[in-house]
Every structure is written in structure tokens, then in C-alpha cells.
Design a binder for this molecule. Structure first.
Ligand code: BYC
Length: 332
């Protein structure tokens, strides 16, 4: 099933088979010129196969991140401290699933079906953000996710919402508006703990210590190690490099973390005031690559939830899409 009427499903089949036919140089030049003029590319427009393939990879990974990203905080719905925080976290988790919907739609507009994307997620073929392979051990972890993971995501998404692919940029704009509200609830929970009892403060510091390294990894490997960065920036899919986005995050969030009395768990972190560049200690990129390849603390647990949903909730899709398959049981 394809979510967009413009899509030729054969395009995706060809891409999957690794179609290496050279692009028409005239079309390619016109395409790049359009991007350089800052115009949007829409699903019905001609696009190079590699542009389509790269966008599917990145948007699909982003959609998977929203879907799986709902899980660490979702596990805290039943244990959130107080009614108001419980209501807020329920609404936030629902929003994240809504973001996944928007992004799967945007990726579908390029020709890959949602079912194929969910299958690739479950088989481990498609990635999702490294950060969601870590556990939320305490309520303070939820505060760190709500403030700093959402903050990091906003840095990335605001920049990329000015990119070249229309459906992705429009989805990002809407997502950023909702994320800005998530950030407020994350900041509120964060500040409440930072200004709370000594026990709450140390719980928050411990959570920050756990999340700092995954947060650095969130923006992707350094520009020297980035595989797709250059191509994606040329096509204005990524509007800044991994290192530039990470730098922006440090600029915005390091002062917010330290002003509430927390210590950043990296004695080497410093800003060169002359160049504006941040330097940080070794974030162990081996750990990053291990985690994104499936060997993180929670990878198996996260995918197990998707398998469970797939097996136990198939009837919902059947009822919506194939009502002929659903057997109605009369009420006694
Ligand atoms: N995690 O060439 P590079 C949220 C992979 S959800 C995992 O630099 P690229 C939220 C990369 O895929 C929002 N993998 O890649 C939800 C590539 O591997 P493959 C999450 C990563 O694409 C719920 C390899 O490393 N945000 O905020 O140029 C609750 C080489 O990297 C990661 C997004 O998904 C990573 N962090 O740049 C709360 C943003 N980083 O595919 C919050 C959308 C790199 O060759 N994505 N890899 O096997 C992007 O902006 C870009 O894809 C990245 C990476 C900057 C992440």
C-alpha cells in the first residue's frame, strides 16, 4: 500500500535491487540547480535514485526513532510522580507515535511501503536513534530525556526543516512545534529535581552522567567519520554537519545544565571562545557503533515490543484494511 498517489511503486522495487543506471546529466544538473535556488522537491518531481534512496534511509530511521523513542518514557507512565506529570507523559508519548505516523507518511511518498519499513525495523535491517537503546532507570532519566534528548532533537529538526524535500520539511515543522512543548515539560521536570531535595539532585546528576555520552552520539559520528553527510548536505537534506549540530547543542544546553548546579561529566569539555568550537573528551565511538549495530543495553528489549505488537495487534490493521478477514463474534 502506498500513501502517496504520485509514487510509482516500481521506483522502489528498482532501488531495492540496487539500480545503478547512470542518471541523465541534464536532469541531474537541473535538479541540483533547483536545490541550489532553495526550491522544494516534491514527490512527483524527478529526483536522482540516490537522493530518493538516501531520503528513504534517513526519514525511515527518523520515523523508527519516534516509534521506538516512545518506549523509554512509556515505561514510566504508570510510575510518574503525580497526576499532572502522568497526564503530561501520556500526552507526550502519544505525540511521539504521531510523529512516527507523519514521518512514515513522508517516507512512503518516496515509494517504500510502511509495512516494508516496519518489517525492516523488526528484522534489525533499519536503524533508529542510538539513544533509545538505553534504559530510563529512574524518573530523573525521564526528565533528562524530556529536556536534553528532546532539546537535541529540536536542534537537529529545526535546522533540517529548512531542507529540500517538501514532505519531510513540512513534517519536521509540525513535529518541532510539538517538541517545543515537550521541551517545556522536560525542563519543568528537570528543574524540579535540580532544585529539589539533595536526594533528587543526586538522582538527576546520576541520570545526566548516564545520558551524556549517548547524547553526544545522538548527532552522529564526527564529520570525518560521517558516511552520508557530504552528499546529504550537497542536496540540502541535512542543513548542517553532525559536528556543527553537536556544537550548537553544546552552545544552547551546557549553560542551561550548569546554571541549575549540575556538573557535566566530562572534565575535558571546553569552548574555544575565539572560534566558537567546543572540544570534548573521547566519547567512545566504539560504543556508538556497537549500539547502532544492535548490541546496546536495550536493543533486544525494544525490538521485542515491536514483535509483540505485530503479533498481537494484527487484528487492528485487519479490521481497518481487510474487514473481510475479521470474524465478528456475536455478544452473548
Ligand atoms: N543513531 O553518515 P552518518 C526523538 C548512523 S526521535 C543511530 O553521519 P547521516 C524523540 C547512520 O544512519 C528523533 N544511527 O549518517 C523521540 C549511518 O548508518 P547507515 C531522532 C546513527 O544520516 C521520542 C552511520 O551511522 N532524530 O527525538 O548523514 C522521545 C554513519 O552516520 C546515528 C533523528 O532521527 C544515531 N544517532 O547523519 C524523545 C534525526 N547517527 O544508515 C525524543 C534524523 C548516525 O549508513 N536523522 N547513525 O547504516 C539525521 O539527522 C541523520 O540521519 C543523523 C546521521 C544526523 C542522525
Amino acid at each position: 500500500m502506498y500513501g502517496n498517489a504520485f509514487v510509482d511503486p516500481d521506483e522502489w522495487k528498482k532501488l531495492k535491487k540496487g539500480d545503478k543506471t547512470p542518471e541523465d546529466p541534464v536532469k541531474l544538473e537541473a535538479f541540483q540547480a533547483k536545490i541550489d535556488r532553495g526550491e522544494k522537491i516534491e514527490p512527483s518531481d524527478w529526483m536522482p535514485k540516490e537522493y530518493r534512496r538516501q531520503l528513504i534511509r534517513m526519514i525511515e530511521q527518523h520515523a523508527n526513532s519516534e516509534l521506538i523513542g516512545a518506549l523509554p518514557e512509556g515505561t514510566w507512565i504508570t510510575r510518574a510522580p503525580g497526576f499532572k506529570r502522568k497526564m503530561a507523559i501520556i500526552a507526550k508519548v502519544q505525540d511521539e507515535i504521531g510523529h512516527a505516523q507523519l514521518l512514515y507518511n513522508a517516507a512512503e511518498s518516496l515509494g517504500k511501503s510502511r509495512v516494508a519499513m516496519l518489517n525492516d525495523l523488526m528484522s534489525g535491517k533499519a536503524k533508529y536513534s542510538n539513544v533509545f537503546n538505553y534504559p530510563a532507570l529512574t524518573w530523573a532519566d525521564v526528565a533528562v530525556i524530556g529536556f536534553l534528548v528532546d532539546g537535541a532533537a529540536i536542534v537537529n529538526q529545526l535546522i533540517n526543516s529548512k531542507g529540500s524535500y517538501g514532505p519531510y520539511c513540512r513534517a519536521l515543522k509540525r513535529i518541532c512545534a510539538e517538541e517545543a512543548f515537550h521541551l517545556k515539560q522536560g525542563h519543568d521536570a528537570f528543574v524540579a529535581l535540580a532544585t529539589g531535595t539533595p536526594k533528587q539532585q543526586s538522582m538527576l546528576q546520576e541520570a545526566l552522567n548516564r545520558w551524556w555520552r549517548p547524547l553526544i552520539h545522538f548527532f552522529g559520528p564526527s564529520d570525518k567519520q560521517s558516511v552520508h553527510g557530504e552528499t546529504l548536505q550537497r542536496w540540502k537534506v541535512k542543513m548542517a554537519s553532525n559536528d556543527d549540530m553537536r556544537n550548537k547543542f553544546f552552545d544552547q544546553y551546557v549553560p542551561k545544565i550548569t546554571e541549575v548546579g549540575l556538573t557535566i561529566p566530562d572534565p575535558e569539555l571546553r569552548k574555544d571562545e575565539a572560534t566558537g568550537e567546543w572540544f570534548y573528551g573521547d566519547p567512545d565511538w566504539d560504543e556508538f557503533f556497537r549500539v547502532i549495530k544492535g548490541d546496546g543495553p536495550c536493543n533486544k528489549e525494544r525490538l521485542a515490543v515491536r514483535h509483540w505488537v505485530n503479533e498481537n495487534h494484527q487484528w487492528v490493521s485487519d479490521a481497518l484494511l481487510r474487514p473481510d478477514r475479521v470474524r465478528m463474534v456475536p455478544l452473548a
